[in-house]
Design a protein around this ligand. Structure first.
Ligand SMILES: NC(=O)c1ccc[n+]([C@@H]2O[C@H](COP(=O)([O-])OP(=O)(O)OC[C@H]3O[C@@H](n4cnc5c(N)ncnc54)[C@H](OP(=O)(O)O)[C@@H]3O)[C@@H](O)[C@H]2O)c1
Length: 313
């Protein structure tokens, strides 16, 4: 066991003890503060990926953010405390994301090492996937990418995945994974040909589509699930934010529906990347570490699952 793993297990054990000793629902003010501090510590600690690298649990999604808006939002998120930024070649904003990150680094907000940048390779890059990796690096202006995913399944996944593995060997990429693979069988189609087991599967995931079966299966390989569309995506957010249970929980915890959804995902051990072009929302979405949903309320959230995705890719 690595030192990192040992420390993290010890922290979890301590956390569990605090909860069993206090009874999570009826805490004295002092104990409540201790629990919140411990909860914050655990959920703000990064996830240890099977690649040996650490990944923050909450990040900014940048789909639909372009130009100066993308740069400003990325910069603002880093200023607020985010250390994970999600983009893709398809979003056509890697250069703007790179600008926002470099600006934050230049101002001493964070170092490159502290920031975790994810991008995705397009399935139609199968003929020149090695060049696509260099294109992303050049667009960012970085000498490595923290995580690169196959954006969607395609006919040439195997070739593309091996190109990502070559990227790791060349020191251009630290961790690799896949996106939009929803069943154990589909995940295995890559795992079975992989020399490097995927570190992350990034999938649509929200209260109405929870797919906890896949998360349980991936545990066997140390692979973690990252949720896209935590709020259902643009045009659908009212369906999630307007849900009666989520509204009631928001009232109960003095939080917003967005914060309830994010907190539920974090407590379920999902990495989550809410997208936003609004500075107040970016701040709100990061303000999820001063409360904890009780086990009963987690069950209420789990009961919202309809196994229904908003998208079909
Ligand atoms: N791998 C894939 O195939 C894939 C597919 C889709 C998305 N993604 C990634 O996942 C990220 C998240 O998905 P998404 O951005 O499409 O959808 P999302 O995070 O579910 O929802 C974004 C929407 O929520 C609104 N919003 C954000 N915070 C809010 C708050 N606190 N209160 C009220 N509204 C709020 C945003 O509006 P404002 O801009 O006004 O805040 C925007 O309309 C993407 O940005 C992208 O990085 C990956």
């Amino acid at each position: 066991m690595t030192r990192r793993k040992f420390l993290s297990l010890m922290t979890c054990a301590l956390f569990a003890n605090i909860f069993s000793a206090c009874g999570a629902e009826n805490l004295s003010e002092k104990n409540s503060k201790e629990v919140h501090d411990m909860s914050k510590k655990i959920l703000t600690e990064p996830v240890a990926l099977n690649s040996g690298f650490d990944m923050p649990r909450i990040g900014l999604g940048t789909w639909k953010l372009t130009g100066i808006v993308a740069e400003e939002c990325v910069y603002h998120a880093l200023k607020v405390g985010y250390r994970l930024i999600d983009t893709a070649r398809y979003y056509r904003n890697e250069a703007n994301v790179g600008n926002g990150i470099r600006r934050a680094i230049a101002e001493g907000i964070a170092t490159r090492e502290e920031i975790f940048v994810t991008t995705k390779i397009l399935p139609d890059n199968h003929k020149t996937p090695d060049i696509a990796i260099d294109d992303s690096l050049n667009a960012f202006g970085f000498d490595y990418i923290d995580l690169m995913l196959i954006h969607q399944p395609g006919r040439w996944d195997e070739e593309t995945y091996h190109a990502l593995e070559r990227g790791v060997q060349a020191g251009k990429i630290r961790s690799i994974g896949i996106s939009n693979y929803y069943t154990p069988e589909h995940f295995d189609s890559i795992r079975n040909i992989a020399r490097i087991v995927p570190a992350v599967v990034q999938n649509e995931n929200h209260p109405f589509y929870q797919n906890r079966e896949l998360q349980a299966y991936l545990k066997n390989f140390g692979t973690v699930v990252e949720s896209w569309y935590p709020f259902g995506g643009r045009g659908n957010t009212h369906k999630i934010f307007g849900n009666e249970t989520i509204q009631q929980l928001a009232e109960k915890y003095f939080k917003t529906p967005a914060q309830i959804v994010l907190r539920w995902q974090l407590q379920e051990n999902y990495i989550v990347i809410p997208g936003s072009s609004n500075k107040a929302h970016i701040e709100e979405n990061f303000d999820v570490f001063d409360f904890r949903l009780s086990e009963n309320d987690m069950s209420l959230m789990r009961a919202l699952n309809k196994n229904k995705r908003f998208e079909n890719w």
